[in-house]
Write a protein that binds this ligand. Structure first.
Ligand code: HEM
Length: 436
């Protein structure tokens, strides 16, 4: 096949395309460049060559796991200092990924997650929920006021990993203080996890339905081996990192979008009143929240927390019928580009409209058009966990409170750590008269 060159912004002799990247919000730099260079362009980021794709047509092709697979690069590679060969940051050929995937997949299935309902009900959102459902540990519960140090250390580590990936290596080398700080935070997070493991070994809780029991006791159905203590620690931190900001960011976007679109807010609240009335939320209610489910899915399309999927060709190949990509290049798939491609989502792609996913709309979606949880074998293992947690949170909040924006003129601004989230968005909740 004859190929054409992939467009590329002009390069600087020393820093190549690195000056195009804003280290504190790299994804936004890619959105800006996509508006100029189109559905596909390449960047020389000195340490790595990246091809950025933003259309349904190209991303649909790249989701083919027989030709492409996830390989962590950039911030994900930097995060290996903290998460090692845990599920999220493992390279595709690492045996520990396969082992942990086989051991943990069953406990993340919908039926097992439904059994975590009582623990989820009794936890504060996102971070605390993983602490309790994961390891029986209360980080920052209803019963304590200040933020747990782990949450602060994690936020700092994520921000620093993102920056390191988009700075020249000389600069990283010279920033000795930041490196020391990162290292200190990493060791403090590891220690907490190691202490929890040691404690569970000393005081086994055979009846606990949590992830730690599975990681400690289950053996890999294929090799009969158990997970090493080091890999358990990496996966504990991984669950906290992967499940915290993603879930809380999505809920923040969701409430922003509901408040900006009052008719969706009313429909969601009406659904909660019909299903729950003044009653207590029970597991059986969950499948009845059809409109809320559509709101969550539409939020994840409209503005999800994960901006990019890191994919690598298994061998040199041609995409889109004419662009050559090599096995040492990283393809960054823009989830935003995919989710707002008018050629598949239609002219109202930039409108928040949960109705598009109701009445068969969800079932009619073309393959690979909705990817907020990633792709294939490396898709989010925590998807059911997150979906159940979010439905529970939205239902309980709408049942009991009337929510509004503190600044009614607020318009969405974004910021990023490892994930994308709203900047400066504040809500106020007032008890609904006669409810709870
Ligand atoms: C992977 C999104 C919640 C654990 C991923 C990936 C995405 C994602 C896009 C793939 C990343 C990539 O391709 O590089 C989300 C979103 C969530 C969410 C949008 C919430 C709304 C959770 C929760 C947990 C979790 C609650 C854990 C309890 C993981 C893990 C992986 C992962 C372990 C790596 C899976 C593997 O490669 O084997 N997630 N996630 N996530 N997520 Fe989530």
């Amino acid at each position: 096949t004859s190929t054409v060159p992939i467009p590329q912004p002009p390069t600087h002799w020393f820093t190549r395309n690195l000056p195009e990247m804003d280290p504190s919000f790299p994804v936004a730099s890619l959105w800006r460049l996509a508006a100029v260079y189109g559905d596909i362009f390449k960047l020389d980021l000195v340490a790595r060559q990246a091809v950025v794709v933003s259309s349904y047509e190209l991303i649909n092709e790249i989701m083919d796991q027989s030709r492409f697979r996830k390989n962590p690069s950039g911030p994900l590679k930097e995060l290996r200092a903290l998460l090692g060969d845990g599920l999220f940051t493992a390279y595709w050929d690492e045996e520990n990924w396969h082992k942990a995937h086989r051991i943990l997949m069953p406990v993340f299935g919908p039926i097992q997650i439904r059994k975590m309902f009582p623990e989820m009900l009794d936890s504060e959102l996102a971070f605390d929920t993983i602490g309790i459902c994961g390891f029986g540990y209360r980080f920052n519960s209803f019963y304590r006021d200040e933020i747990h140090p782990f949450a602060k250390e994690m936020a700092a580590a994520l921000i620093e990993a993102g920056k390191r990936a988009n700075r020249p290596s000389v600069e990283n080398y010279l920033r000795i203080k930041s490196a020391e700080e990162l290292n200190k935070n990493i060791h403090s997070m590891w220690k907490l996890c190691d202490d929890l493991v040691a404690d569970r070994k000393r005081n086994p809780k055979p009846d606990a339905r949590d992830l730690l029991n599975t990681m400690l006791n289950a053996s890999d159905p294929q090799t009969g081996e158990k997970l090493s203590d080091e890999n358990i620690r990496f996966n504990m931190v991984t669950f906290l990192v992967a499940g915290h900001e993603t879930t809380s960011g999505t809920l923040a976007f969701l409430f922003y979008l509901l408040l900006k679109n009052p008719e969706t807010y009313h429909k969601a609240q009406k659904e909660v009143d019909q299903v729950l009335g003044d009653g207590v939320l029970k597991p059986d209610h969950l499948p009845q929240f059809k409109y809320i489910e559509a709101c969550i899915r539409e939020t994840l399309r409209f503005q999800g927390p994960i901006g990019l999927l890191n994919i690598q060709p298994i061998e040199d190949t041609v995409i889109g019928g004419k662009y050559r990509v090599t096995a040492d290049e990283i393809i960054l798939c823009s989830v935003q580009g995919l989710h707002h491609d008018r050629r598949v989502w239609g002219e109202d792609a930039d409108v928040f409209r949960p109705e598009r996913l109701l009445d068969g709309g969800w079932e009619r979606l073309p393959p690979n058009v909705w990817k907020p949880f990633g792709n294939g074998a490396r898709a989010c293992i925590g998807r059911f966990f997150a979906e159940q947690e979010m439905i529970m949170a939205v239902a309980m909040i709408l049942q009991r409170f009337q929510v509004s924006m503190v600044d009614s003129n607020y318009n969405l601004r974004l910021k990023s750590t490892l994930t994308v989230k709203p900047d400066g968005f504040k809500m106020r909740a007032v008890r609904r008269p006669g409810k709870g």
